[in-house]
Design a protein around this ligand. Sequence first.
Ligand SMILES: [Mn+2]
Length: 321
Amino acid sequence: MDRISEILTGDVKTMSIAGHIKPDGDCTGSCMALYLYVKKNCPWIDVKVYLETPKPEMMFLQDTSEIISENAPDTEAPDLFAVLDVSTRDRIGLAKKLLDAAKKTVCIDHHVSNGGLAQINVIRPEIGSCSEVLYELLDEEKIDEGIAEALFTGIIHDTGVFQYTNTRPETLRIGAALMEKGVPASTIIDETFNKKTYKQNQILGRTLLESMLMLDGKCIVASTTLRDMRFYDVTQQDLDGIVSQMRLTEGVEVAVYIYETQPQIFKVSLRSSGKADVCRIASAFKGGGHVKAAGCTMQGNVHDVINNLMGVISEEINKIS
Ligand SMILES: [Mn+2]
């Protein structure tokens, strides 16, 4: 399939759209963009969007109040079912059964691991966000400001505001085209991506303050215990982004952030500045991930966990220096 118009044909009277469970910015953005696009341009189609309640900062997108989060679809199967940003069946959630029931199914995605779960599959692992994959299927002149906002939001979330290595020259050209539709770019970037709650800033500050440089400054380590989390009244989600900030410390090759999920059980987050392979470090403790971002789970007290990690990390750092 090259154009979305190939499937939005006159015989399609009903359509459902779904993203993945725990929808992130790209998932919410791409699902809402397609929903708004069909509503605006295909008045003959009765379209529904199934998605777990998005994060509060995403709710400014047009028509998010129409998202169906609670009730699973009724028995009537739609003519067309589209899944976006979903790499495996079991991540579809509420609307999963429509994949077998719908007359026609399409999957639009960018995950390398997606083997193609629908009848028609547009899977582009070389593209940084599902929202960009979708954009390239849409007719530019049919994109209005609301659709553009949803696509723009999706793109900035999966590319870290055009900053990760998955950002292509074309990503910036698409971003520019969407801005020309009237997208308030800097407001969306601040409100949905940069903004932190006061509590999130407090735990970030405390973690950085108590971080330690080890291995001649090539490794930075910090920890958060359940006690700290209770003190600052934060959840695991509030800890997102801390390890990325630690990684930006000058001279650091590996950043290690550990936080307690249950008494004496720690989630270990590892980031590399480029040369060290943190996936190899995580694998030594039955974890995994990518070369530059990986994780594992370890048991014991904070000091045991850090000691056990340091042996493997110093080996990895010795390899690259
Ligand atoms: Mn995505």
